[in-house]
Design a protein around this ligand. Structure first.
Ligand code: C5P
Length: 220
């Protein structure tokens, strides 16, 4: 199978994005953050004046959704058409509406196809793909499938430390609300059969990267 796929799922604030990116760099693999695509679609819908609750209008946005992303873990930028949205899609406003967009089945089907084509086009020997449904839906046949978890308390405090200037309590409540909404659509809190759980509650960043790489090396 080519490229070698490392599938990583986990809840918001588990650190899966930064950990997956570091793992990709160490292994010389590509990196794909699937949450960025759902965020970019939420951004595109807002830019077009579409209410994120309005599923039919969100679906109609897919036709003009020109999503561009590279898989180089070192120079990661996200574009919609000619607009660089890398920073804009991290805005708390986008975080608060992205679940509404991601729950629409037509959106998921469309983006899953897109992810599979990006994976198939990868030129490096492997690719680390992270999200909520990678181990179960996007790449269930991946040779390495990992669920990255951490206690809720640790996830909240890591995210609060990232977002200096934001109210930590409000951020925590937003994170919990997003996990609740997302887990109605895909189960990323229980490991599916054959999925290895990496619990980072007691690990620092480098130790978590090492733990994920150890899982990859045990397979490859
Ligand atoms: O990973 P991140 O927090 O950036 O994901 C943003 C949102 O995209 C999630 O809250 C979820 O609604 C959606 N998502 C998804 N399936 C994925 C990745 C993300 O539904 N594989």
């Amino acid at each position: 199978q080519f490229p070698f796929v490392v599938a990583v799922d986990g809840p918001a604030g588990s650190g899966k994005s930064s950990v997956s990116k570091a793992v990709a760099r160490r292994l010389g693999y590509g990196f794909l953050d699937t949450g960025a695509a759902y965020r970019a679609l939420a951004w595109h819908a807002e830019a077009g004046g579409v209410e994120p609750e309005d599923a039919a209008s969100v679906i109609s946005c897919l036709a003009s959704f020109d999503y561009r992303i590279g898989t180089d873990p070192a120079g990661y930028r996200v574009h919609v058409g000619a607009t660089d949205v890398t920073d804009a899609i991290r805005d708390p406003q986008i975080s608060s509406v992205v679940s509404l967009v991601a729950r629409v089945p037509e959106v998921r089907t469309h983006l899953i196809e897109l992810f599979r084509s990006i994976i198939a086009a990868e030129q490096r020997p492997g690719i680390v793909v992270e999200g909520r449904d990678i181990t179960t839906v996007v790449a269930p046949d991946a040779p390495v499938r990992i669920l990255l978890t951490a206690s809720e308390e640790v996830r909240m405090s890591r995210r609060a430390a990232e977002l200096t200037g934001h109210d930590a309590g409000k951020t925590g409540e937003q994170l919990r609300a997003r996990d609740r909404a997302d887990s109605k659509v895909v189960d990323f809190t229980n490991a599916a059969e054959g999925v290895t759980v990496v619990d980072s509650t007691e690990l620092d960043f480098e130790q978590t990267v090492d733990a994920v790489i150890a899982v990859v090396e045990s397979v490859s």
